[in-house]
Design a protein around this ligand. Structure first.
Ligand code: GLN
Length: 506
């Protein structure tokens, strides 16, 4: 019994607390890993956050941290802390599917730079998390391996594409997780599961070994239950990588320091802009209510708040759904049945072209096919200027809207997503309804700047989590942590406990 109580305490700790407890010798990294593996064993049949649990890899990484400590070596700030990794980053010797049948059974021969950095930091990778196929989706229903349940209500979506990572956090299966955000896939799952998710500035977290969806938009980033934990993880994964040609060669910002500063609750001198375009029709009343309360909290902490207009944001969604599929149609050409995973119809009678076609037909799901067709069309000669070319111009206008806004304010805020978690199946056959989930998140991907979703309460009508989106300029990700930590601290004080303590449906 005491062991059980102990294990349930261990899994509820923040990453910062766990790292401190391991460093102080109060608990071993192996005990921490085992408590989380047991939790996964107990609840993941219902949640389905994981596609693959790497029990042996996790325990051996934990043993290495314990050995290091025993030898008196210094441990990094996240040594021994377990993490759930989105199944879109390559992991040497551990299956990687990107949520697709076409990669079923593929075992990468190398680690992504992000994977390598986590391992070097002593982070214990528990396994790979479920996701929409090739990160295309907002609900994780497009996974070829079945949906993930939202730990607040298992009949609802956990967001997407990184629903597995967010659900793992909310179900206390891991204190840290990694996502990727091409159009909102870190922030939107964060919002609907009551967790924190950050899209770093494009180019500051390496894409080497990240299976490409839309290369000019894809960005890996941290997911956690607290702002401080997200900052610790963000610092561990960020930094220049010569293996990624779009990687920015600049020092990692002091994000942990910014989070600690923000937690003191002082936002004096911070100028906040409310994006006028995000609200109104299509937005759930309870989402707007919590959003407006958050703005009042910011004001109460000393920030000045103004309303701003970003007129081009209204065109972000259509521009995104030309640019992302265009890049995807090119990136996904590499799945040709010759190099990775699945191969269909290779019986000695068929040509390579026929085998490629049969494999792609069987290996890609409907959403992936839809996007390849859309992207191929948008890039075809005669249509290129009208579609892809126009979308790129809209992208420039959006970047200009941001630039104009950030001349007057330090951060922008909006709801992260227009509604709370919707029921599994509700939008599955309606791509347009699904795409609307990313209305507020997509502009930052198109412009390449940084943004965070932080929990800001439950919508009164359904008692489901609402996310506040905080948007900062490129290379100013530290502002997200200052403002996010301040909001988090103010709300925790108001409620007397963190949001997730209200504990989900498990
Ligand atoms: N939901 C968006 C899409 O389907 C964003 C996905 C993402 O960020 N990976 O493309």
């Amino acid at each position: 019994m005491t062991d059980l109580i102990h294990a349930s305490e261990i899994i509820r700790r923040t990453a910062a607390e766990t790292a401190a407890a391991i460093a102080a010798g109060e608990v071993s990294a192996v005990e921490v890993a085992q408590a989380h593996l047991d939790r996964i064993g107990a609840v993941d049949e219902k949640v389905h956050a994981f596609l693959h649990v790497d029990t042996e890899g996790a325990l051996s990484a934990a043993r290495a941290v314990d050995a290091k400590r025993a030898a008196g070596e210094e441990l990094g700030p996240l040594a021994g802390v377990p993490l759930a990794l989105k199944d879109v980053f390559t992991t040497k010797g551990v299956p990687t599917t990107a949520g697709s049948k076409i990669l079923e059974g593929w075992v990468p021969p190398y680690d992504a730079t992000l994977t390598r950095r986590l391992k070097d930091a002593g982070v214990v990778i528990l396994g790979k998390t479920n996701m929409d196929e090739f990160a295309m989706g907002s609900s994780t229903e497009n996974s070829a391996y079945g949906p993930t349940g939202n730990p607040w209500d298992l009949s609802r979506i956990p967001g997407g594409s990184g629903g597995g990572s967010a659900a793992a956090l909310a179900a206390y299966e891991a204190p840290l997780a990694i996502g990727t955000d091409t159009g909102g896939s870190i922030r939107q799952p964060g919002a609907v599961t009551g967790t924190v998710g950050v899209k770093p500035t494009y180019g500051t977290v390496s894409r080497y070994g990240l299976i490409a969806f839309s290369s000019s938009l894809d960005q890996g980033g941290p997911c956690a239950r607290t702002v401080l934990d997200a900052a610790l993880l963000h610092e561990a994964i960020a930094g220049h990588d010569p293996l990624d040609s779009t990687s920015i060669d600049a020092p990692v910002l002091p994000l942990v320091e910014a989070a600690r500063h923000g937690a003191t609750g002082d936002l004096s001198g911070v100028r906040v802009g409310v994006v006028k375009e995000f609200g109104g029709e299509g937005y759930q009343a309870g989402v707007m209510q919590r959003f407006h309360e958050s703005v009042e909290i910011l004001r109460g902490l000393g920030a000045t708040v103004v309303e701003l207009s970003c007129p081009s944001f209204s065109y972000a969604l259509p521009a995104y759904y030309l640019i992302a599929p265009s890049e995807a149609s090119s990136n996904l050409a590499r799945f040709d049945a010759m190099r990775y995973g699945l191969r269909v119809g290779d019986d000695g009678t068929r040509s390579a072209e026929e085998v490629t076609a049969l494999t792609r037909e069987a290996g890609f799901g409907p959403e992936v096919k839809r996007r390849i067709i859309l992207g191929t069309y948008a890039l075809s000669s005669g249509y290129y200027d009208a579609y892809y070319g126009s979308a790129q111009k809209v992208r420039t206008l959006i970047t200009q809207d941001f630039a104009r806004s950030f001349a007057d304010v330090d951060v922008l805020v909006s709801p992260t997503t227009p509604t709370t978690a919707f029921p599994i199946g509700e939008r599955a056959d309606d791509p347009m309804a699904m795409y609307l989930a990313d209305l507020c998140t997509i502009p930052s991907n198109l412009a390449g700047n940084s943004a965070m979703s932080v929990p800001c309460g439950l919508a009164p009508e359904d008692n489901l989590p609402v996310g506040l989106q905080i948007i900062a300029p490129a290379m100013a990700d530290d502002r997200l942590y200052r403002v996010g930590a301040a909001v988090e601290a103010a709300l925790n004080n108001q409620w007397g406990h963190p949001l997730l303590e209200e504990a989900p449906a498990l």
